[in-house]
Design a protein around this ligand. Structure first.
Ligand SMILES: [Zn+2]
Ligand SMILES: [Zn+2]
Length: 133
């Protein structure tokens, strides 16, 4: 039996139409052209988001594989282009839109001692949200 395939979605910036995020669900055992098998987490699935903050991998439990795959697959449809976009850090939950690196205004926050804490972003419509922590 061949491993189940990768499901992915591309989201574009609501301001300029440039690519804002790529989110892919990689089931354990699936081959990804950009990664080695041991780059992935030892969970039933790994959710890979390449977005305005960088690359993030999140473990996906068995029960979540199907619902997330369905959300990402729906992103390819004209009436639900942002389905699953909340899995990326390019997404403004208030506007329900994605923005590229150029259109988010980033504010990285550092703790005493210079440790990275989190990053806030302000979208072009002025919504401030925590993008990464
Ligand atoms: Zn916004
Ligand atoms: Zn943009």
């Amino acid at each position: 039996m061949s491993p189940p395939g990768i499901v992915g979605a591309v989201y574009v910036c609501a301001e300029c139409g440039e690519e804002a995020a790529v989110v892919e669900l990689v089931p354990r055992g699936a081959k990804h052209p950009d990664f080695e098998a041991d780059d992935f987490l030892s969970a039933p699935g790994t959710l890979v988001s390449r977005d305005v903050i960088g690359e993030r991998m999140t473990a996906v439990e068995e029960a979540d594989l199907e619902p997330i795959a369905e959300r990402l697959a729906a992103a390819g449809r004209a009436d639900t282009p942002l389905s699953g976009a909340e899995h990326s850090r390019s997404f403004c939950p208030e506007r329900r839109a994605c923005y590229c690196q150029e259109h988010w205004k980033f504010e990285p926050v550092f703790e005493d001692g210079g440790w990275y804490d989190c990053t806030y972003g302000t979208c072009p419509r002025g919504h401030r949200t925590m993008l990464d922590d």
